[in-house]
Design a protein around this ligand. Structure first.
Ligand code: TTJ
Length: 639
């Protein structure tokens, strides 16, 4: 700090960033891997904004060998001239909270949720940040450590590193280990996100490079077909019923772009975006689209005589049976709400999407009768199944409303303070028995499930609902569920803030995880969005040295390390399943909040949310105890 001169403004500037460091979660959503990756997205969004403004068609994103990330664009470069605060505008952008490069000529503000918080937040949370701005024939240079400038200004302006003919902005930053639990960016999430960005911006080319030792890779993301290609990719491997339908138009400054393609499965997969932001919680744009689509299909079905006058209409869910769609709007001043600020609330978006979709689709279906008929056939198929499911659901509700736990397996906890309560869904009666003995009965509830019953992959949902354990879970959680028709879900009634899946570390175990997560994602997605769902990580091995301390090891990498570092004899015990542990061991390794390792289930982006098996990626929640924290940190436990 000593090198630079500060005026009053730059002092308040630094205080602004201090607030970010004090409460990082408020700005990037959390200090886990998700928040960490958000640093990159925040910077990339600036480059994409420059693309949207019409000045940049290329972005480079690299994960560097030293753990840092570099983002470069071919835009105009952040303005470097003197700002009214008495320093270079670039320095104001990078070190003032909420000045994140959003200048008044922006057509669309990206102000949803975690977005648009500005590059200054990334700066504040980076151990170091280096900036090169290629502009006006020079390379302008700036640099920071934990948000504090380390480059001296010359009469308030940035020093230059030499001349250039190029224009653009390059930022290199290293996340701060004092802030983040882990500082290793998740490459898979980043690639998926960049691919999504490419689909949403067909004129943009993104050059991705991973230069980290052992995972070197280069990919070019360029999707000139845009959201049509996105829909095709989402439907990849499924039987499509027709070629994608695409339209794009604008009303009252709101741009609406839609791609639709039906497949012959029973899923509905509609992804909404506003100003390139994935609206995880949906919102008004989707309401407009769905409402108009349902109306249209019912009108056509009656016109064609497929529905008779006296027949009830198809429900909305019926008309979207098998639908994959992207609804992307651009709004000049969007309002976002919801738990994670990813629900579009702007009422005018409903009107715009309703009207544009109605006009286009009517015109389209009038001329493509075959497509229309196959879409209506999907709705008929759904209506049939819906009736069966409705029956299953009423049966279930009437039976179980009065019996909290119909088969008496749930060992509930004593406390009614939901924030402190946990429920373990445990594979197998024997592990369930041990867990019941071992648990802290004040706060930990145990629900054993029998693997075999659940291990019917791709069971239809009415079968799933008929499953005794699933019924018990719905009743135990206390918040109801939502699916297709009706929405009985109320997260405020949730009885356990941690729902922990505890299955064996084998193929059967991960099948059960997948089925349970599929169930949770379809019927109670908010539980996942709000971070209530976890996967327990029981150890794979116990080493018993002839001299020294016994130790639990959580994966093969740890075992390898142990073999290398340990001198002398040791006995190795391998746990094939939870059932092999006695209650004390189970408590020590898997139940005790002080020592266990949990993986939080997170949904990273729209593409992952659309594909259940792909979407469920965990990030570890390390226990407080330091030594296991260190192991958990390096453990390769992402299946
Ligand atoms: C704003 O309007 C005047 C000309 O410069 C515009 C601008 O801010 N452009 C801009 C910012 N282009 N690229 C950025 C940018 C790129 C990266 C990679 C990171 C950051 C923080 C900004």
């Amino acid at each position: 700090m000593a090198k630079t001169q500060y005026n009053a403004d730059s002092i308040t500037v630094l205080e602004g960033l201090e607030a970010v460091r004090k409460r990082p979660g408020m700005y990037i959503g959390g200090v886990g891997t998700k928040g960490l990756n958000h640093l990159i997205y925040e910077i990339v969004d600036n480059a994409v904004d420059e693309h949207l403004a019409g000045f940049c068609n290329e972005v480079w994103v690299s994960l560097e060998a030293d753990g840092s990330c570099t983002v470069r664009d071919s835009g105009r470069g952040i303005p470097v001239e003197m700002h009214k605060k008495g320093v270079s505008a670039a320095r104001v952008v990078l070190s003032t909270l909420h000045a994140g490069g959003k200048f008044d000529n922006d057509a669309y503000k990206t102000s949803g949720g975690l977005h648009g918080v500005g590059s200054s937040v990334v700066n504040a949370l980076s151990a170091r940040m280096d900036i090169k701005i290629y502009k006006n024939g020079y390379i302008h240079h700036d640099g920071y450590e934990r948000g504090v400038p380390v480059i001296s200004l010359e009469k308030g302006l940035l020093p230059t590193l030499g001349r250039t003919k190029e224009t653009g902005t390059q930022i290199n930053f290293l996340p701060d280990g004092e802030i983040f639990e882990k500082t290793r960016f998740k490459a898979d999430w980043l690639k998926s996100r960049l691919h999504e960005t490419a689909y949403l911006n067909p004129g943009l080319t993104i050059y991705y490079a991973n230069r980290r030792a052992g995972e070197e890779e280069e990919i070019i993301f360029h999707e000139p077909e845009g959201i049509v290609a996105y829909v095709k990719e989402l439907n990849n491997g499924k039987n499509s019923v027709h070629e994608p339908i695409y339209f794009k138009s604008e009303i009252d400054k709101i741009e609406v772009e839609v791609a639709i393609q039906f497949v012959d499965t029973f899923e509905e997969n509609i992804l909404g975006f506003c100003n390139n932001i994935f609206t995880q919680e949906g919102g008004t744009h989707l309401v407009g689209f769905k409402t108009r689509f349902t109306q249209l299909i019912n009108t056509y079905a009656k016109e064609l005589g497929i529905l008779k006058e006296k027949d009830p209409n198809f429900t909305g869910a019926d008309t979207r049976n098998g639908m994959t769609a992207i609804v992307a709007v651009k709004h000049p001043d969007p309002i976002f709400e919801g738990q994670t600020k990813t629900k579009l609330a702007s009422a005018d978006a409903t009107k715009a999407v309703f009207s544009i979709s109605g006009d286009f689709l009517q015109h389209y279906f009038d001329r493509n009768l075959e497509v229309l008929k196959s879409v209506i056939a999907c709705a008929e198929k759904s209506a049939k199944i819906r009736k069966a499911e409705e029956k299953a659901k009423t049966n279930m509700l009437t039976k179980s409303r009065f019996s909290f736990d119909s088969n008496g397996k749930l060992a509930n906890c004593e406390s009614r303070e939901a924030e402190k309560c946990e429920i373990f869904i445990v594979e197998g009666d024997s592990a369930g028995g041990s867990a019941k003995t071992a648990r802290n009965r004040q706060y930990q509830a145990i629900l054993p499930i029998r693997g075999k019953i659940l291990n019917v992959e791709k069971a239809s949902m009415d079968k799933v609902l008929a499953n005794a354990e699933i019924k018990t879970m719905i009743n135990a959680f206390g918040c109801g569920f939502s699916e297709g028709y009706g929405n009985d879900f109320d997260i405020s009634r949730l009885r356990y803030h941690k729902i922990i899946l505890m299955t064996d570390a084998d193929v059967d175990g991960s099948h059960i995880d997948t089925l349970l997560l599929t169930f949770l994602y379809r019927f109670m997605p908010e539980l996942i969005y709000n971070g209530h769902v976890f996967i327990a990580m029981p150890p794979l091995y116990k080493v018993i040295p002839s001299r020294g301390q016994e130790q639990y090891l959580y994966d093969d990498k740890e075992l390898e390390r142990y073999r290398k570092s340990h001198t002398g004899d040791f006995r190795l015990q391998r746990y094939k399943g939870l059932g092999e542990m006695d209650p004390d061991q189970l408590w020590e390794t898997t139940l005790d909040p002080e020592r266990r390792v949990l993986k939080r289930v997170e949904i990273e982006d729209a593409r992952m949310a659309s594909e259940v098996t792909e979407m469920l990626m965990g990030s570890e929640v390390p226990p407080r105890r330091k030594f296991i924290y260190d192991h958990a940190d390096e453990a390769e436990i992402d299946a």
